[in-house]
Design a protein around this ligand. Structure first.
Ligand SMILES: NC(=O)c1ccc[n+]([C@@H]2O[C@H](COP(=O)([O-])OP(=O)(O)OC[C@H]3O[C@@H](n4cnc5c(N)ncnc54)[C@H](O)[C@@H]3O)[C@@H](O)[C@H]2O)c1
Length: 320
């Protein structure tokens, strides 16, 4: 029923060689040596988060399926079962709840409700009962809606933007966020709500590059780095943070791109890149409406390391 995806490094010749994410302007209050439980450890994100935390903390994983290559000792449990969730999270000081299902594989509405709504409720409930120090919840930009739901006049899309989503996955993320707020009100659990855009490790790295220039894809290693930071920085109540791609586009650029001027916008910021896409036989990416990216750098010291500007700096000479 559920998905297991690879947790290995991103095979990405076009994105440059693998490297450790830099943790720029790390907040001073980062904690080490904690007992941390990471859920969804058989998946793309949870596996990377658990592996990244393992050197500095005592880390356990939980997943409903056995990971093929577990990065940390792992308990197999369905987190929608309260007793199983409580047992799996026992003794945790911090819980990073990455487990969920996501539409990059097909699921039924019942599976979405089971894995994303009920399981998130039971995880937050167990965290409250176990008095964990704080919880990190992987939400999504989809909790608010997709970029196309917001006109250029409303950019950047604010952390507290109105909810505009109309699909079940996105709705489960909105409900998940509300569940985190509910348990914070009821039991006081400090909670990070992190909102990544797409970080699917597509096999075709040209697709990832195109989405990076559109502003809609961030490398899974970058998204994992934000979770690692959040696991080590106590949130103040409930804090939300979009984890967007770093792009130079303005609201006027987006309006121009939407009106058919994507090439002019791309060339203004990345001279020569349109020719690169054409040479690769790819459609030009159309820059998309963007999310407010100010919280994650300020509160977590996080910025993506795989960005279109860095990629083009590394590849533009070779492309000429
Ligand atoms: N992949 C993306 O592009 C993307 C974008 C935005 C947000 N997210 C969110 O990021 C998180 C991780 O996504 P991913 O891409 O790593 O997904 P993934 O499918 O690779 O991993 C998710 C893991 O959660 C586990 N899981 C699901 N339901 C469970 C349950 N009831 N009990 C225990 N384990 C359960 C699955 O078995 C799987 O191993 C999810 O919350 C997802 O909604 C993903």
């Amino acid at each position: 029923m559920l998905c297991t995806a690879g947790t290995g490094p991103l095979p990405s010749p076009l994105l440059g060689k693998e490297r450790e994410p830099e943790y720029r302007s790390r907040p001073k209050a980062r904690e080490t040596g904690m007992r941390i439980v990471v859920t969804g450890v058989a998946g793309v994100l949870g596996g990377r988060v658990a592996a990244g935390l393992a050197g500095r903390h005592e880390v356990r994983g939980v997943d409903v399926v056995e990971p093929a290559d577990p990065p940390v000792p792992t308990v197999v449990a369905d987190l929608a079962d309260y007793e199983a969730a409580r047992a799996a999270l026992a003794d945790a000081e911090v819980v990073v709840h990455c487990a969920a299902i996501h539409p990059w594989k097909p699921y039924t509405e019942e599976q979405y409700l089971h894995c994303n709504v009920i399981a998130s409720y039971q995880v937050a409930r167990a965290c409250a009962d176990l008095k964990v120090s704080w919880l990190v919840f992987t939400s999504s930009i989809a909790a608010k809606g997709y970029p196309t739901h917001y006109p250029p006049a409303e950019l950047p899309i604010a952390e507290d933007a109105p909810v505009r989503n109309v699909d079940v996955y996105s709705h489960t993320k909105t409900l998940g966020e509300e569940t985190m707020r509910y348990w914070n009100r009821r039991a006081g659990t400090p909670t990070w709500i992190l909102r990544p855009p797409t970080f699917i490790p597509f096999d075709d790295d040209r697709r990832r590059v195109a989405m990076m220039f559109a502003g809609t894809w961030v490398a899974p290693e970058d998204i994992a780095a934000a979770h690692i930071l959040a696991a080590e920085v106590r949130p103040d109540g409930v804090e939300t943070a979009f984890l967007p791609q770093e792009t130079p586009y303005t609201a006027d650029d987006i309006a121009e791109a939407q009106a058919g001027g994507a090439e002019a916008v791309l060339e203004r910021h990345f001279p020569g890149v349109a020719a690169w896409f054409r040479a690769e036989g790819l459609d030009l990416p159309v820059p998309q409406p963007f999310f407010d990216g100010t919280t994650a750098p300020t509160r977590l010291g996080w910025r993506p390391q795989w960005t279109p500007a860095k990629w083009w700096a590394e590849h533009s000479e070779a492309a000429r």
